[in-house]
Design a protein around this ligand. Structure first.
Ligand code: ADP
Ligand code: MG
Length: 575
């Protein structure tokens, strides 16, 4: 949050109770949009704010509105419309927080998916502030359960997003049913014509406030980039996850499908990850965000839309697994970290073809992203050893420690084995078949997979073995293993661990891919061409069963020290 040092909250004309609440929350000075919007709203003017997320818009409208609330009025006097249920809840919680000193003030979030019962009884008791999504507010209006006839303030939060989500008509209709003399505050990251029309009709002569996007790429977010080829992204990501000291994280990808796929892959590697995208039901999305907030989940894999406006203070890292194609999304994305005065890290993966996007981001935001290098195998191993040692220290305090101590003492006496050897044996047990240390692996596409297939460690397949697939290109088409790997990796989003043996026959080839390959991936691959030939990939009828060496012990990463699954208790950091 960039703050305006010379302006103080005390000078803006806010109610003393509101001032007390923001002191308690810990805000020191108003953000630029707050410094401008608060006085305007206090004097009764309409306000139109063009500002990105993370600029402090909620307080910009909530503080002046709360300062002017009339507690004796029993019908609703404030209506805030927000695009999604999560945002409505966030705003409603913020109102509660800023109104902590105003006894008897009632705020009601109104959104779909929640029973009408709660909302109706609250409405009957009397509510001052309603925060809702346009859809549910419309439902209430149609049912006649919401009286907006004495409304004094209307706020349209993230107006452009509301329109993008198809709420234009609802918004128009809701506004049409409100008193003419209401005061309007409208906030939007962009100002398309449709919003200009709403402004013209409902907020004439508004005070217009524009907060430049430069002030939103917060100085407290460390911005880095990593040059990486598409097929190496997963490997790069897992290494970063192992060595970065993160608390909560959002990983942005481009498609809905990719959110699910990547979350699944991370879970298979022992990370606590979940996907959110526009297709995930609201209730589920909200539950997921709540889990992240409560540290029951560490990583969200999200699309831009799904993560818009998310305010979870423990998000220490944002990773752009797929760099955004527009510079504005970049700002939105990295604004998910460095919340509430904390510091954050944003890492963007840049493939060779995406250099221009990186340059555009740097230019528009007038910042330089610092190039980082891929954590090496020894970086990763140093962290694993450190985590292992920390885990020992923590286990010393465990309630079962004394019991095990006795058992080991017996073992030592009965078998005449030094305690040190017993300890080492138990560490092996705890690893559950997984090597503690990562082994130096050959560069992915430079080595033909055929040559590598025999010396794979058990890490090479997380979830069991390989199955054979037939593709209709072979020696006749002059294909080489690396072309096959390259094409399938690119089109199917596969990584090098996903490939087993590749056997090139005269007219076709047999490729080993994970047995549990997502059918959707196969689907995507069906249209792939190699050297111009449609590969027509199919499970091989004579599954030639090249399974040796691949179907090593099933991994249970959560129990091991060599992945992040068990990181939780050992990783509580972030001073
Ligand atoms: P926006 O709606 O513009 O995305 P929010 O209102 O959600 O932004 O505020 C973003 C974050 O900044 C929140 O965590 C909020 O508590 C914090 N914040 C808002 N105003 C201030 C301020 N004046 N000083 C410090 N932190 C602030
Ligand atoms: Mg907001």
């Amino acid at each position: 949050m960039s703050e305006t040092e010379d302006i103080r909250f005390d000078d803006l004309g806010l109610d003393p109770k509101v001032l007390k609440a923001i002191k308690d929350v810990g805000y020191e000075s108003p953000s630029p949009i707050q410094a401008e919007a608060i006085p305007a709203l206090l004097t009764g003017r309409h306000v139109v704010g063009l500002a990105q997320t993370g600029t402090g818009k909620t307080a910009a409208f909530a503080l002046p509105i709360l300062s002017r609330i009339d507690l004796s009025q029993k019908t609703p006097q404030v209506l805030v419309l927000a695009p999604t249920r999560e945002l409505a809840l966030q705003v409603s919680e913020a109102f509660e927080k800023y109104a902590a000193q105003i006894k008897g003030l009632h705020v009601l979030p109104v959104y779909g998916g929640q029973g009408y019962g709660v909302q109706l009884s609250a409405l009957r008791r009397g509510v001052h502030v309603i925060v809702g999504t346009p859809g549910r507010v419309m439902d209430h209006l149609e049912k006649g359960t919401l009286d907006l006839s004495e409304l004094r303030f209307v706020v349209l939060d993230e107006a452009d997003e509301m329109l993008n989500m198809g709420f234009a008509e609802d918004v128009e209709q809701i506004l049409a049913g409100t008193p003419d003399d209401k005061q309007v505050a409208l906030f939007s990251a962009t100002m398309p014509a449709q919003i200009k029309r709403i402004v013209k009709r409902h907020a004439p002569d508004a005070t217009e406030i524009q907060v430049k996007s430069t002030s939103t790429t917060a100085a407290n977010v460390e911005q880095r980039f990593l040059k990486v080829g598409h097929p190496q992204k997963l490997d790069a990501l897992t290494r970063i996850l192992e060595v970065e000291n993160f608390d909560g994280m959002i990983i942005f990808v481009r498609t809905k499908h990719a959110t699910e796929e990547l979350a699944e892959r991370l879970r298979a590697r022992g990370f606590s990850a979940a996907a959110i995208n526009g297709d995930v039901a609201q209730v589920q999305r909200e539950r997921t965000v709540e889990q992240l907030r409560k540290s029951k989940l560490d990583i969200l894999v999200a699309t831009d839309v799904a993560a818009r406006g998310l305010d979870v203070p423990r998000i220490s890292h944002v990773i752009n697994h797929d760099i955004p194609t527009d510079t504005e999304s970049y700002v939105h994305r990295i604004g998910r970290t460095g919340r509430a005065g904390r510091s954050g890290v944003a890492i963007s993966f840049v493939t060779p073809r995406e250099n221009h996007l990186l340059r555009a981001i740097e230019k528009t935001n007038r910042t330089t992203l610092v190039e980082m290098r891929l954590p090496t195998v020894s970086d990763v191993n140093a962290f694993r050893v450190q985590k292992f040692t920390e885990a020992i220290g923590q286990a010393m305090d465990d309630s079962q420690h004394a019991l095990f101590r006795d058992l080991i003492e017996d073992y030592e006496r009965n078998n005449d084995v030094p305690a040190l050897d017993i300890a080492a044996a138990i560490a092996v047990l705890a690893q559950d078949g997984q090597p503690l240390l990562l082994e130096e692996m050959p560069e992915p596409l430079r080595t033909a997979p055929k040559e590598r297939s025999n010396d794979r460690g058990p890490r090479s397949r997380d979830r069991g073995g390989f199955a054979s697939y037939r593709i209709e290109v072979g020696k006749r088409h002059h294909v080489e293993p690396r072309q096959i790997v390259g094409a399938l990796a690119n089109e199917g989003g596969l990584s090098r661990e996903d490939f087993g043996k590749i056997d090139i026959k005269p007219a076709f080839s047999i490729v080993e891919l994970p047995v549990d390959l997502d059918p959707a991936v196969l689907d995507k691959l069906s249209g792939t061409r190699i050297s111009g030939v449609l590969i027509n990939i199919k499970p091989d009828k004579f599954d030639r069963g090249h399974k040796r060496g691949h179907s090593g012990p099933a991994q249970s990463p959560n129990k091991s020290f060599s992945s992040a699954g068990g990181k939780k208790p050992r990783h509580k950091k972030h001073p």
